[in-house]
Design a binder for this molecule. Structure first.
Ligand code: PAF
Length: 280
């Protein structure tokens, strides 16, 4: 496995593969790799000749400086895990190498409405930061395929919009959420939960499953269902930010009962903000 922190060496190696018409699958991450990430890497291995993983905690996508400061960094562990999986290249730049013009001087990518609702409304500027870093990574690596987890459901839609808007020839693959035994969606942020919080954290998944069951049984008063889950989460000790039932392809409120739906929750448990979703 190559381990690069520099832009030029990364660009050169990827260019060498492309010159030989060898395919590249790319998994962008912010590190602190768990089984969910590793499933993305396994998928990447099955889809292309070369696998590139990036680890970069992108300051542009954090709306809260404390959140950025507390983000876990586990590069040595991550490196070993990726080495074991046999990927071709781990790219882990530092902020100055990645944004040589200075992170505050970077012109950010704006993808419109999809970036303004839900996570975008709760975390202003978050998706502009995500789109900016992913656009730059795509430009550097120029993969054939890029793989993202569906836990960040809205992020996946933002990336699909990015690829469409800039006519990038990259196939975007979404992978199902990996869950702990009690249903908690795997996330690097779970490490921040105290023992007592960790015991409660799967309540988010239980509320998603409950709403899904109600909808499948014919319930269609979505506002009532959303409110019910909010109250249950508050009772369990969460501070819910949103519980919404949305149309899958737009993330807007469903118009027809037959629309494909996704239920999305964001809630704080103590100091930790958790998100999760389930399709109906
Ligand atoms: O999902 C993440 O880990 C990040 O948002 C991503 C896609 C690596 C961009 O920084």
């Amino acid at each position: 496995m190559h381990f690069f922190t520099g832009i030029q060496e990364t660009q050169d190696l990827c260019q060498k593969w492309r010159d030989k018409v060898e395919s590249i699958a790319f998994v962008p991450t912010m590190g602190c790799l768990h089984e969910g990430h590793l499933s993305l890497v396994e998928k990447a291995k099955s889809l292309a000749q070369h696998v590139v993983v990036s680890i970069f905690v992108n300051p542009l996508q954090f709306d809260d400086v404390n959140d950025l400061a507390k983000y876990p960094h586990t590069l040595e562990d991550d490196r070993l895990k990726l080495e074991e999986l046999g990927i071709d290249l781990l790219f882990a730049p530092d902020v100055d190498a990645f944004y040589p013009e200075g992170e505050h001087a970077v012109k950010q990518t704006d993808l419109g409405q999809i970036t303004a609702i839900l996570e975008g409304a709760q975390r202003p500027g978050h998706f502009a930061g995500v789109a900016t870093v992913v656009e730059r990574l795509f430009g550097l690596i120029q993969p054939n395929i890029a793989i993202f987890g569906e836990k960040d459901f809205q992020q996946l839609m933002v990336i699909q919009k990015l690829v469409k808007e800039f006519s990038l020839d990259i196939e975007i693959v979404g992978m199902p959420i990996f869950r702990e035994e009690d249903g908690l969606a795997m996330s690097s942020r779970n490490l921040r939960l105290t023992e007592a919080e960790r015991e409660k954290a799967a309540e988010i998944y239980q509320q998603l499953a409950l709403l899904r069951k109600e909808i499948l049984a014919g319930a269609n008063n979505f506002a009532v269902l959303e409110q019910l889950a909010i109250e249950n989460l508050i009772k369990a000790g969460f501070e819910p930010e949103y519980v919404v039932i949305r149309e899958t392809s737009t993330l807007l409120p469903p118009v027809n009962h037959s629309d494909d739906k996704v239920i999305l929750i964001a809630a704080k448990l103590g100091e930790t903000r958790l998100i999760d979703n389930i399709r109906v």
